[in-house]
Each structure stands twice: as C-alpha cells, then as structure tokens.
Ligand binder design. Structure first.
Ligand code: HEC
Ligand code: HEC
Length: 331
C-alpha cells in the first residue's frame, strides 16, 4: 500500500514539467499549518507547567523542555539526547513542533498519539527515570497543583491520565503557522525568493515530495531510509514495533517544518548541517547527486518552512511543599 502511494506520487513527479513554470501544480500536495483550534485553555495552562516541570524526573533536573527546548525549535540540537545521570540517549530527539500533525509519535511510530507518547519519557530510565506513581505522589504533595488539576478535570485525585491529557493538550498548541512557504501556498506568490522557488521546484521534480508532503512535509508515512543506496548506522527502525523484517530501515518520515532549527539531522543525528542532510537524501533516497548550486537552492527552500514559533510567558511553577519528595539526582 505504502509503496503504491509512493509510486503514484513518483509518476506524478515524472509527468513532464515546463521548465519556466514554478511548481504550482505541486502546491496541492502540501497544506499550510493551521493555528491551533478548539483547545481547552485550562488544560493547556496546566500542561504547559507540566512540560516545564523538572520535578517529573528523578533528578529534579530534566523536563520535557530539556530535550524539546521551545527556544530551539522544540529539540535539543545535540546528536542524541542526554538522559538521567548524563546517559547517552540512543536516538535523536525529534521536534515537538507540529507533532500533533503526525500519523504517530516516535521515529518508529510506537505511540499512536501525543497522549500515549507523553507517559513514556517520565518513566523511561534513560530519560526522566521516574515512575508514574512517583510523579503522581510529587504532584499530589503540591497544593497549588492539586487545586489546578481539580479545577481542570473536576476530580478529587490526580492521576497519570490527567497528566498526559494536559501535556498533550499543551502540545496541540505547539504549531508554527505562517511560514513564508505557507504564505506562498495561501496565494502570496512573492513570499519566496527566486532561489527559494527554484529549490521548491527541485524538491518537487527530484521526488522529495513523494515522502515529504502534506501539511507537515512528512510525518504521514513510514519509509525506508536508504532506498537507492544503503544507510550506514542503526537500521532497526519500525521493525522494533511490527517485528517484521521488511520494516527494518523504515522510519517515520520526519516533518521538514522548522528544519532550519532542528539540526542535527536523521534518527541518529549524524548530519550536522542541512546541506549535508539534503545531499544524503538526494543520493540515498533518489540516486541523485545535487550540484552545490542545487543543494543551496533546496536548502534555501527548506528555510522558508520556518514558521511562527509558539510564544508565551514562561510558566511559574508552584513551589514544593514540606511533604514533596526531594529529587535524587546522584543515586
Ligand atoms: C532525555 C530527553 C527527553 C526527554 C526528557 C523527553 N523527550 Fe520526548 N523524545 C526524546 C527522544 C530521544 C525522542 C525520540 C525517541 C524515539 O523515537 O524512539 C522523543 C520523542 C518525543 C515525541 C515524538 C515526536 C515525533 O514526531 O515522533 C514527542 C511528542 C515527545 N518526545 C514529547 C515529550 C514530552 C511531552 C516529554 C515530557 C513528558 C518528553 N518528550 C521528554 C527525548 C526526550
Ligand atoms: C523514500 C522517501 C523519502 C524521499 C524520497 C526523501 N526523503 Fe527525506 N527523509 C525520509 C526519511 C525516512 C527520513 C528519516 C531518515 C532517518 O532519520 O534515518 C528523512 C529525513 C530527511 C531530513 C532530515 C530531517 C530531520 O529532522 O532529521 C531532511 C532534511 C530530508 N529528509 C530532506 C529530503 C529532501 C531534500 C529530499 C529530496 C532530495 C528527500 N528528503 C527525499 C524519507 C524520504
């Protein structure tokens, strides 16, 4: 099914394009990012606090924002993340920006949605190294949190379901509309420069669009890393979830939204620059070696995908009470 989809897009890509025309006939394969709609504001405010609260980790030092820093495109900008006790993480931290638009969460898609995802890192020994019970004990010991949970969920007891609901609701607001590419899609044909438009044309006509399409320019399918030429590195990929050999090398296609901010690239973070990532993609996925000028143009296009970053006041977290369990960063 997936290959069929890919093949039909590729046929479309190959269907002769007038060289002087921009890539207008491809515009319909993308869509602008919409601003967040119908969120529960109380839940968002609570989720925002939880997102920034390092007390959800054993060390009292690591929050969601440590690895998905909203000042840095929702990533940590390092090859693989640093977890509890400075552990070297196995994989690159993907951006949380626009992740609500993805068909599933994680590189291998093992979480169906943001709510399911949000429970993972708190209890992951290599990340926040806490447990759901300890997280709830911590929250229940802080009167201001207890009041806020009650206000938002109308229940007497805080539970992990409420925690993950609130975080997921906050994450729904982490979208980045109004990039210059979106302005172009919405009809402002001068929103992109000549070089950027040339890069867009190359992106479409070379076949990048076959996998990077839709509102997130990715995030909507699992595809092989290394279609034409094999990729050197960890290649377990989606097989970790499905157990199928055919899914080795397969990863969720990452979004290219804000890709200018989310370096380094690929699941192992092994490409430091966008130019390098484009070169790898051209050769490994399409059997195409771009010239320096072409590579520069594609990179210029990719930079038009940087949207308006979420802006809000840094949440002020309620202080621990005398009963709050203390962090144990060193044991
Ligand atoms: C120690 C670093 C670290 C911490 C802390 C952390 N994450 Fe992550 N996050 C990662 C890594 C690494 C991945 C990719 C893991 C994988 O795909 O196997 C990831 C994946 C994700 C994804 C999936 C994005 C996508 O497109 O697939 C979301 C959403 C996310 N994290 C949200 C959160 C939230 C919410 C928290 C706090 C509760 C959190 N993370 C805490 C490192 C971290
Ligand atoms: C056959 C599907 C496919 C095609 C075609 C394809 N990509 Fe990708 N792209 C992927 C997958 C899968 C990944 C993730 C690979 C990994 O991390 O191991 C990826 C990753 C990327 C990344 C890194 C994003 C990040 O956050 O790490 C960039 C940049 C990128 N692609 C650009 C392009 C460009 C430019 C083209 C055309 C030259 C292209 N891709 C063609 C499937 C594809």
């Amino acid at each position: 099914m997936r290959m069929k989809q890919l093949a039909s897009v590729l046929i479309f890509v190959g269907a002769g394009v007038c060289a002087t025309q921009a890539s207008a006939q491809f515009d319909g394969l993308y869509a602008p990012v919409a601003p967040p709609k119908s969120v529960n504001l109380g839940m968002v405010e609570l989720g925002k606090k939880l997102y920034f609260d390092p007390r959800l980790s054993k060390s009292g030092f690591i929050s969601c924002n440590s690895c998905h820093n909203l000042s840095m495109g929702g990533t940590d900008n390092i090859r693989t993340s640093i977890g509890d006790k400075w552990q070297q993480g196995p994989i690159n931290s993907p951006t949380v920006l626009n992740s609500s638009l993805n068909l599933a969460q994680f590189w291998d898609g093992r979480a169906a949605d943001l709510k399911e995802q949000a429970g993972g890192p708190i209890a992951n020994p290599g990340e926040m190294a806490f447990s759901h019970t300890l997280a709830i004990d911590m929250l229940a010991s802080i009167p201001a949190y207890v009041r806020e949970f009650k206000l938002v969920f109308g229940k007497d007891k805080v539970d992990i379901d409420q925690v993950t609901d609130a975080i997921a609701e906050f994450e729904k607001t982490l979208v980045t509309p109004n990039s210059r590419f979106d302005q172009y899609l919405l009809g402002n044909k001068t929103a992109m420069t000549k070089d950027e438009l040339a890069g867009y044309k190359l992106f479409n006509e070379s076949g990048c669009v076959a996998c990077h399409n839709g509102p997130n320019l990715g995030g909507n399918s699992f595809q092989k890393m290394g279609v034409v030429e094999a990729y050197k590195g960890n290649v377990e990929g989606r097989a970790a979830v499905t157990g199928k050999d055919a899914d080795r090398f397969n990863y969720k296609v990452p979004t290219l939204r804000n890709v200018e901010l989310t370096y380094p690239y690929f699941h192992d973070g092994n490409s430091d620059t966008l130019g390098e990532a484009v070169d790898v993609m051209g050769r490994l996925q399409l059997g195409k070696k771009f010239t320096k000028a072409e590579n520069d143009q594609i990179v210029a296009f990719l930079k038009t995908l940087t949207g308006e970053q979420p802006v809000f006041r840094l949440p002020i977290l309620p202080p621990s009470s005398d009963k709050t369990p203390r962090p144990t960063p060193f044991n």
